[in-house]
Write a new protein. Structure first.
Length: 364
């Protein structure tokens, strides 16, 4: 019997967006802006920063294993009970716990090919059979996904809105899809970009779908600017939450993360500024793409994905931008070899990116 399972040997290591530190190590100590990882360009919530500072004298202590204060705060904000809330080290941390809690040996998973790479790594690492259904016009093909449901199906994963496409599933389409899903099948609705998409009238906010077999996942990484803390949360039926809490590591998230999350939920001014900055930045970038004749996918997130002729052109543009100090995300790792994803930045960062893009196009 091999020490490392064959399905682990076949895994492709997750490749994150290039960090500024790595860019400097490879390209010299010049100034870079990073528009690659869908981070909040305004930084972290000021309320959260102050809350973190107050934990310094307590860092020798383990955090509350139940995370009760943060769970109570989330329950109040979203009008559920504390027993319906789970917290973890980012949404991916909770996803990992879901896999370990509910999957049996013969269970199968269904999701969309080319969607969130973090879930793909977790699904492939589980060793279970996964049905990766190709997208249709850069959207989840729910009809084809429904056709893949069998007696062995246990988990269906849907990112809504999707990363890296930025598209979302409409309420009517989700309602129709749900009618085909047996109650024994668990649906993970990953709403990492909920704060940016919730303004769409046909967006199916999953808090209105409190079905027994639906788990909603959200994060503090995007709108609240706490990506470095790794803090996510989820809502589900109390039976699901009870069993998740049996399996998840007892002292996650960390003490600073829990306190920061509690404070960030009260920082409505920062959240409002984030949403407005993102909306304006999206308008600026799409207007520039239109004037330059660049194809892009309309997005309801804090990023936008551009589509190029082929992988050669996408590689060339992303490399030229990097030479000019702008880090973006070429999407080959996601399976979109001709795609480049750009995070919305500050006004200054957006201007730098557009000017660098114009110069890069002249050399393509």
């Amino acid at each position: 019997m091999p020490l490392v399972p064959s399905y682990i040997k076949k895994l492709k290591k997750y490749k994150p967006g290039k960090s500024i530190q790595l860019a400097k190590a490879e390209g010299g100590d010049k100034k870079y802006i990073k528009l690659a990882s869908n981070e909040n360009p305004l930084g972290a919530s000021p309320f959260a920063i102050e809350a973190i500072k107050k934990t310094y004298s307590e860092l020798n202590r383990y955090p509350d294993a139940s995370g009760n204060d943060l769970r109570k705060k989330l329950a109040k904000k979203f009008n559920v009970q504390t027993k319906n809330v789970v917290i973890g080290s980012g949404s991916e941390g909770i996803m990992s716990t879901i896999m370990r809690t509910f999957l049996l040996n013969d269970d199968e998973i269904i999701s969309s090919e080319g969607s969130f790479i973090g879930f793909r790594v977790l699904a492939d690492a589980s060793g279970r059979h996964v049905h990766w259904v190709p997208m249709k016009n850069y959207h989840y093909d729910l009809e084809k996904m429904a056709e893949k449901i069998t007696d062995y199906t246990k988990i269906i994963y849907i990112a809504n809105p999707d990363n890296p496409m930025g598209t979302y599933i409409k309420k009517a389409d989700f309602d129709n899809f749900y009618s085909y899903v047996p109650s024994r099948v668990l649906i993970i609705l990953d709403e990492a970009y909920y704060e940016f998409a919730k303004f769409q009238s046909d967006y199916p906010d999953s808090m209105h779908y409190r079905y027994d077999n639906v788990i909603t996942l959200r994060t503090f990484s995007k709108a609240y600017g706490l990506g470095g803390l790794r803090l996510g949360y989820g809502f589900a039926h109390e039976t699901l939450i009870e069993n998740l809490n049996k399996v998840k590591p007892p002292f996650e998230p960390s003490l600073p993360a829990q306190r920061a999350g509690i404070a960030a939920l009260d920082d409505l001014e920062f959240l409002d500024k984030t949403i407005k900055t993102n909306k304006l930045g999206m308008e600026i970038l799409t207007s520039a793409f239109d004037s330059l004749g660049i194809n892009y996918i309309p997005s309801n997130t804090n990023f936008i994905t551009t589509i190029w002729k082929d992988n050669v052109e996408a590689d060339h543009i992303s490399n030229k931008l990097l030479e000019k100090g702008v880090i973006v995300r070429q999407l080959s790792a996601f399976g979109w070899h001709n795609g480049i994803r750009i995070s919305i930045g500050t006004d200054k960062e957006n201007d730098i990116f557009i000017n660098a893009l114009k110069k890069s196009l002249k050399t393509s």
